[in-house]
Every structure is written in C-alpha cells, then in structure tokens.
Design a protein around this ligand. Structure first.
Ligand code: SF4
Length: 519
C-alpha cells in the first residue's frame, strides 16, 4: 500500500513496525489452520506477536503454548445465541473461565492452537469475531450498554456502533496502526463509557442548525491511560449520526499516517494530539471530511462509570433492565449458561456487559422481575452486592499475563471481601487493581487505584507490593482528575489492612453522604 512505502523510508522504525511491514497482522488468520494441524511447535517464535491480530495472546509462561483469547462485543451487547456460544467455548476449551473486561469484551484462557479453528467457526456462526480485540488495530468499540432501552440516552446508538465496527472489521487499510486504537460511541448523558480515556470518543450533544434542534455528537480525541495518562480533548466540531463513520475513518487515517512509529511507548494517538494541539488536529480532520459544523451544546450531565445495580425502568413501557454484580468480572461457564437460560426465559435473551466488568439483563416484563431475582445464580451474581465487592475492578495479573508483576484478580476479590467483612460504608468506593503500569484495569480513574510492583526487602528479597493512588474521577464539578500516588509502597500481604485503616479514617471524618470523590 502507498502509505506503507512512506513508513518503509523511515530509518528509525521500531522492530514491531518492521515486522508488520513484512507481514500484516491480519494475515495470521490465514496461517492458523496450518499451525492448528501441526501443533504449537510449528509456530515460529517471531510469529507469536502477530497472533494478537487474531485476538490471541500467549499466556504466561509463553513456552507452555496456552492462549488467552479476547472476543469483541461491540457496546457489550450479546444476543442469546452468542452468549450460549461463548459459554460453550469457555466450558469446552477454556477450563470454564469466562472473564468480562473493562472494554465490554470477553476473555477465555487455557486455549490450545489445535482448538482455535473450531472456536473461530463457532464464533463466526453467531456473528462474533476476535479480529481487532488485540493488536495495533481498532479495538472493540465501547458503547452505551443500555443503548436502545435507555431513558437517559439522547438516541439509540446501536446501529452506529455496528456500522463503525463492521467497517473496521478485518479491514486491511487500517490493520497496521502505530499502536492499539480505542473508540467509544455513546449517547447516554451520564458518560457510561468513560469517554475521556479513549483515543476517539463520540459523546452526546445537540445543536440548532437552520432553526432546528439537531441531535448528534461532540468528538474527543487523544485520551489514553497507561504510564503516561492523557484525557481526551474536545474538537470544535458537531457531528450528526450520519457522519460518524466519516469522522471515525478520518481520525483513524490521521493516526495511521501521522502517528509515531519510532518508539512504541510514544506511538498512541494521545502523543500526536498532545504534540499537534487540538486546533491543528481539527484542521487535518476537516481536510479529510470536508466542513463540519462547530460545537453545539454538550448534554452530558455527570458520570456513571458503568454501574447499574438493581431493577430499572426502560424507555419501553412495562419493561425493565436489571443490573448485576460480577465480582472482578469473572464468571464460570455454568453461570453463563444459567444467565443465558434466564435471559431467554424471562427477557428477549439478550445480556449486556459494562466497562465495570458487570452485567445487565434487559427487557424483563414487570410480571417476571420477581421470578428473575429468585433464581439461585443471583445469590452470587447479586443486584445488591456488598460495598467493596460491588465496586472492585481487576485486570488479569500474573495468573495469565506476561507483563504482570503481581497477582491481581483473586487478590482483589479477597481484599474486597475482607473490607466488606470489617467495614460498612454508606457510599461506594471504587477500587481498581492492576498488575503493572498498563491500564487494563483502568486504575487511573479509580477512587483508589492499586498498582502492582516488585520491591526489594532486607529479609525476604523481592516481594509483591502495591503503590496506592487516590482520587481518580472523570467528572468532578467539571474537572477531570487522574488519581494521585500516595508516598510509599505496601507489601501485598498488608494491602487489606492498610486499606481498612485508610477507609476507616475516611468513614470517621467524612460528612454525612459525602462520597470518596464526588461524581
Ligand atoms: Fe497484564 Fe498489566 Fe494489563 Fe494487568 S494491567 S492485564 S498486568 S498488562
């Protein structure tokens, strides 16, 4: 492709860029049947990285040959057949583990190369895909998990998300981006998608054009967390729903053609936006899209970081959506089958995932709400979780992740249970645990972020420990905050106790009803 010739002339391309120039990541799909037939040992080590384009990472330790697979779930919305298919994959191949991610996707573990073709066939039959779930490509599109049923949305965004998702699916014009690239699209006025942390976000807005009020979007670019967090900035444009695709393609084209390819840690879109400034970025955008109206009225009213516990009225008369807690996002395959059965029996079969790693069952008629709530599976997957269990998020950690420094998922579950046992609070405190400086668990926007590190001790050598960050929010009286690091490091074994002290102090000194940080 012409644009690849331009990069090829850059003498400073990083190693991954050189590899991608030799072979597009999506081509790995063509090779997987061969590798599946000939076993893990037939895969050359230099190909391992490219498996990400098929949604596959090698688990820790890589040499053991087990894969983690991530499946895209645009807006987190699954129909019944899709949910049952995913449950079946977890049961048949994934040792029964089913993880919901902070970008509304699903992750499986323990997969072997011989099993991948059958898994791909199963996913294809129900319209699901792993392409774009990982790699330097457009990732799963995060959307309003209540789209279409939401009394708090400006309009239904399901079709828009679907159109953009399908455009980028296995699209070789956009499969070699400088790094991962994340989009969110939502018209919910409470920012259920954490719009400011994505590379590109469409947020609800309205504008009077030719005397008429028009509903549409504002556009934010250049957000991203990890070790150098940036919150996305708003471009001075107003985009009607029919032009979302033009803008998404144009922003992605800018990233593809001007994004940095020298140092991988500087390759995300956020660095280009920060260097160019928002006005230059807009100029470039307009060159590609043609004229766009200037900004209208931002209709966002606040921030809901993905929590919908309990029974709520839908837009549709007589129907309800019910929000459940999934502790640290992990379900068993049996639980997923059971949830699929309940969604089918009492609703329209759909289940939706939130970026808080929780789930929603929509379309439950008034007369069936009590029956749903009495189902046994909802003793653990509760609509009224205890305070800390209900607001804990965790990444994968050393259990499976090669980059992790510490164990996270089971530890976060235990820490939350300990806090629930020892402390009662009248307000939620969102605690996010991550196993390294990356941001799969989005610790930067948590009330309390726990970031795993290794630290040297006099008597025990290197041990697992945590840094504690406090005060993250995406909407605090109009100001956005990343959380701030407290001094010192806490050994992993002391983390529950230290948090108990910190939160007891908060409880004893806070005003009635005061939250950890207002949102
Ligand atoms: Fe792995 Fe780090 Fe992501 Fe956790 S945050 S899953 S440790 S890369």
């Amino acid at each position: 492709m012409a644009y690849e010739k331009v990069w090829a002339n850059n003498p400073n391309l990083n190693k991954m860029e050189l590899k991608k120039l030799q072979k597009d990541g999506l081509k790995i799909f063509d090779d997987i049947p061969y590798y599946a037939k000939h076993g893990f040992s037939s895969i050359p080590q230099e190909e391992w990285d490219l498996f990400k384009w098929a949604g596959l990472y090698l688990q820790r330790p890589k040499e053991a040959g087990y894969f983690m697979m991530r499946v895209c779930v645009p807006s987190g919305i699954l129909n019944n057949e899709q949910l049952e298919t995913l449950a079946g994959i977890a049961r048949d191949y994934g040792r029964g583990l089913f993880d919901i991610t902070t970008r509304q996707s699903v992750q499986f573990h323990w997969l072997q190369i011989e099993q991948i073709p059958d898994i791909f066939d199963r996913l294809k039959r129900v319209g699901l895909s792993t392409a774009g779930a990982c790699g330097d490509i457009t990732r799963n599109i995060v959307g309003n998990p209540l789209a279409g049923i939401d009394p708090d949305e400006l309009f239904d965004t399901r079709e828009i998300v679907r159109e953009i998702y399908e455009f980028f699916q296995r699209n070789e014009d956009f499969s070699n981006l400088p790094r991962k690239y994340k989009i969110s699209i939502s018209a919910n006025v409470y920012n259920t998608v954490n719009a400011e942390i994505h590379c590109l976000s469409f947020t609800p807005a309205k504008k009077v054009i030719d005397g008429k009020e028009v509903l549409g979007f504002h556009v934010k670019v250049g957000g991203g967390l990890s070790s150098v967090p940036y919150l996305a900035q708003t471009l001075d444009v107003f985009v009607t729903p029919d032009r979302v695709k033009d803008v998404a393609v144009a922003v992605t084209t800018i990233f593809r053609d001007y994004g940095y390819r020298e140092k991988r840690h500087r390759a995300r879109l956020k660095f280009l936006v920060a260097d160019w400034g928002i006005d230059k970025f807009k100029e470039k955008l307009i060159e590609l899209t043609g004229p766009l109206p200037s900004k209208g009225e931002d209709v966002q009213k606040g921030w809901n970081p993905g929590y919908f516990y309990g029974v709520h009225r839908q837009k549709q008369e007589g129907l309800n959506y019910i929000g459940f807690n999934v502790p640290v996002g992990r379900l068993s395959a049996d639980e997923v089958f059971e949830i699929a059965r309940i969604a089918r029996q009492y609703g329209n079969g759909e289940v939706r995932f939130c970026n808080s790693q929780n789930l929603i069952i929509p379309n439950i008629p008034d007369k069936h709400v009590d029956a749903v709530l009495q189902e046994k599976v909802f003793e653990r997957i509760s609509i009224r979780p205890k305070t800390f269990t209900g607001y804990s998020v965790s990444c994968t950690g050393t259990e499976f992740c090669n980059l992790a420094l510490v164990e996270t998922k089971e530890r976060m579950r235990r820490v939350a249970a300990y806090l629930d046992e020892h402390l009662e609070l009248d307000v939620p405190v969102r605690i996010h645990m991550v196993g390294c400086p990356n941001s799969c668990g989005q610790r930067q926007i948590a009330d309390i972020g726990l970031q795993g590190i290794k630290t040297k001790t006099k008597d025990r050598g290197m041990i697992e420990a945590f840094e504690i960050y406090v005060g993250g929010t995406l909407l605090n009286g109009g100001k956005y905050n990343q959380n701030q690091k407290l001094k010192g490091k806490i050994g992993a074994e002391q983390i529950s106790e230290v948090l108990l002290h910190l939160l007891t102090y908060f409880k004893e000194t806070k005003l009635p009803g005061e939250t950890f940080l207002a949102y």
